[in-house]
Design a protein around this ligand. Structure first.
Ligand code: FES
Length: 146
């Protein structure tokens, strides 16, 4: 399963502990994953690539009836919703790039003038609750365990 899914065994154990996937046990106590879990893992990987946190992935999965693995129709609907999110990330990156243009050849790193190094301006630029980098660039959110 590890090779087929492209996930490390530790990641599979983590997702199981987090309740995102389930595994049955062989008589020898080894984990076994049903076929539909591969599809669930593909969903998790797609969500991570979009930049969703584990909490958001959990929420998306728990919104499905009876905790089912996303059907093609589910995925078609959810992926449409995520498109908007990706657009926001792209816009944030464009703003970041434009801010950086000002820094090229400058070197001041002034907290007053530099749009990139000024955390307050940055937070205002990305909206409430935002941090200095677009979510897409925060590796820790994308691949917590490989
Ligand atoms: S380093 Fe001077 S504006 Fe950013």
């Amino acid at each position: 399963m590890t090779a087929r899914s492209g996930f490390a065994a530790s990641a599979l154990r983590y997702y199981e502990a987090e309740g995102l996937i389930t595994a049955s046990r062989t008589t020898g106590g080894q984990r076994r994953y049903e076929r539909h879990i591969l599809r669930r893992l593909a969903f998790i990987r797609a969500a991570q690539n979009i930049g969703l946190s584990l909490e958001e992935i959990r929420s998306a999965l728990s919104n499905l009836p009876e905790g089912r693995t996303p059907t093609p129709a589910d995925w078609a609907k959810i992926s449409r919703a995520w498109r908007g999110r990706l657009e926001e990330e792209i816009e944030a990156l464009v703003r970041l790039r434009d801010g950086l243009e000002q820094c090229i050849g400058c070197g001041c790193l002034s907290m007053k003038r530099c749009r990139i190094s000024n955390p307050d301006d940055q937070a205002a630029r990305y909206g409430s609750g935002a941090v200095t980098l677009p979510e897409l660039l925060r590796e820790d959110r994308r691949h917590p365990h490989g």
